[in-house]
Design a protein around this ligand. Sequence first.
Ligand SMILES: Nc1nc2c(ncn2[C@@H]2O[C@H](COP(=O)(O)OP(=O)(O)O)[C@@H](O)[C@H]2O)c(=O)[nH]1
Ligand SMILES: [Mg+2]
Length: 332
Amino acid sequence: MNSAGGPKLSPTAEAIRKGDRRALARAITLIESSRPDHRARAEKLIDELLPHTGRAIRVAVSGAPGVGKSTFIEAFGLHVVGEGRQLAVLAVDPSSARSGGSILGDKTRMEQLAKREAVYIRPSPAGGQLGGTARRTREAMLLCEAAGFDLVLVETVGVGQSETAVADMVDLFLLLIAPGAGDDLQGIKRGILEVADLVVITKADGDLATLARHTEADYRSALSLLRPASPHWTPKVMACSALEAKGLDAVWQAVLAHHDALTLPGELAAKRAHQARAWLASEVRDGLIALLQDDAAIAALFARLESTVESGRMAAPAAARQILAAFTEKAR
Ligand SMILES: Nc1nc2c(ncn2[C@@H]2O[C@H](COP(=O)(O)OP(=O)(O)O)[C@@H](O)[C@H]2O)c(=O)[nH]1
Ligand SMILES: [Mg+2]
């Protein structure tokens, strides 16, 4: 029996529980691998550590490239560490794999933070597609929680589908916005604004300070037109400067207020339960597609029907039924 009263943990799990950084880093590398034997070990490890997760506040930091996410995380991170928090930062940036540049940029931008004892920073792995990234991030988050981190920040680019996937694994979605271009809301899709619990106008300093106030007002009125997703929380809009370390405590207090507001009525637990269910469904979906692709004949049929559907010669539902029929036939 270990201290938590559960079954005895494996040495790896025990090391992670004790906060051993190298064990944590190795475990995250393991979950990033798609080799079947690695997957099997990763699943076992996650399962073992699951009872030791769930005690962190999970926050997504999203926004367009260049808005200031990494700089914000550095400044905000230093602030919360000063408040006694243990912080893990996970980067999900599908574009960084392609450009190859932003990981290096992020490392320098989080230079001070990276030196802190209470901080663990994990850049996003190169390659892989979105589904894989979402799974790896969720699993990495659980490992970090088991290692004792009580605040997890997930940096994600506010374009494409990645933020919806990330919104599905965090408690709070923080959308960063740069001053200016309030009219078109900077091309930020309405869908992203709808999942935002906190909108933070960053770079509210120097020449941009006045513009930042206008942008803040614009977003406040845009948000007032949306129905809040939660009965216990109305999304907030605030401004800060990561460069001058101003307004960061207000953001932190809002994160804590959101956490309290959702915890007391049981909404946080319900939200996480719902996320766990959705995770299961997506794992089953991914697993089924992998099974289909494993069979050469079905994979060929899949590819053939894909182009049929692409060219508009057949609708997706009929094509999907054909593929599934071939699969169930095979399973018989
Ligand atoms: N004036 C000002 N510039 C900032 C601030 N935060 C970030 N920047 C600048 O904005 C640029 C992009 O920042 P970065 O954090 O890499 O953005 P990311 O792509 O969203 O991670 C950099 O040149 C930063 O120096 C801020 O609070 N004030
Ligand atoms: Mg960045």
